[in-house]
Design a protein around this ligand. Sequence first.
Ligand SMILES: NC(=O)c1ccc[n+]([C@@H]2O[C@H](COP(=O)([O-])OP(=O)(O)OC[C@H]3O[C@@H](n4cnc5c(N)ncnc54)[C@H](O)[C@@H]3O)[C@@H](O)[C@H]2O)c1
Length: 404
Amino acid sequence: MPEIRVNLPREPYSIVIEPGALSQLGARVRAVAPHERCLLVMDHNVVEPHGEVAQQSLQRAGYQVAATTLTADEKHKTLAAAESLYRVMLEARLERRSPVIALGGGIVGDIAGYAAATYLRGVPLIHAPTTLLAMVDASIGGKTGVNFPLPGSNDLGKNLVGAFWQPKLVLADPEVLLTLRRRDFVCGLAECIKHALIADASLLAWLRDNAKDILTLIMPTWQELILRCAAIKAAVVAEDERENGRRALLNLGHTFAHALESASTEFKHGEAVALGLVAAGRVATSLNLLTTDQAQLITDVIHRCELPSTFVANNWSAERAEHFISRSGELPSPERARSVERLRGALENRPAIDQLMRAMTFDKKVADGRMRLVLPRGIGAAEVVDDVPLDLVRDAWSRIGAQP
Ligand SMILES: NC(=O)c1ccc[n+]([C@@H]2O[C@H](COP(=O)([O-])OP(=O)(O)OC[C@H]3O[C@@H](n4cnc5c(N)ncnc54)[C@H](O)[C@@H]3O)[C@@H](O)[C@H]2O)c1
């Protein structure tokens, strides 16, 4: 089976990527975490299509399996969810050597990972990711955690409580992605583009050339995609486990994305990351770190992957949308009227630059009108730039269509 090693000095582990691998989960878990009992934590939406295969495989390998489910949304990614797992763990008499297996996307992996890191001061963790994002990013590198209310507010701050807890194994079966909604699948592609931008220019060209096969569910292409992207994440983590240096580059596009996610509920994380990558590209172009051709290539790949590059429908600039609306009287047709309505809605709902700047600067170091951002340096490399002028950040928001 194709495997990647995450070469951490103390706790190296393997990432197995193979169609059909879920049916071998039990034997694989036994090889790294043998015990009589285990806990299988499943994403509510994966129980029906994939839960039985996982559970039976664990039973065949000799485990008494306690199984439980979690709801995968950010509102439920809380300490209460982790607490519900502690109760199940105690009832199932899980001990220090009993493994916890997380079968789900990034949300379930983060919560189950945090519970595994803290129950009895830490029990073995296995990730069986079921989203593209979790296969290429969230399941690798040992970040676990939950959201927690911000002081004086009911808003949840993302991943404020957590722990580094490396899994013993990551087992990714690309076939489970066949049941994922298209929008959720496409969101994972944003992180793949980000990985290419920080570490591998040839991967970006490959994504451009293979986007069609990826979106028409060609399994060998999926496997290659996951292998290449997981290998990048594994290498970055092996070099800098605790994010003291290079690992911070994985935040490319994310300062923009997190601001957008807190200012608007319209966008999923991967969509916000795609917009963040375009915005970071714009800032990098202004600072001569990126050519306009390179910035255009990034936008092109984002389009081919069916991700947004502006706030406006059809990835149009606000000016182009306004122009289209202003001319709509000349060629009336029901179809055009519907397009106009859609564009008007998109233009009205887009967040304002001031609101986005406030969200961005909430907890970030901003001094003397300058901000710290991860930016691409050409394609395939990135760097942390400490003193980005705020007017360039405003310009980038404007470029992707934020309201003036
Ligand atoms: N720990 C890390 O290093 C890390 C890195 C990146 C992101 N994250 C976290 O990951 C989370 C996002 O994860 P995600 O993008 O995987 O989304 P997710 O976990 O929210 O899953 C997306 C949706 O797909 C459903 N789903 C999952 N697998 C499915 C399948 N095979 N078939 C059908 N439906 C399925 C889920 O129920 C959910 O509705 C965020 O909370 C983010 O903070 C963590």
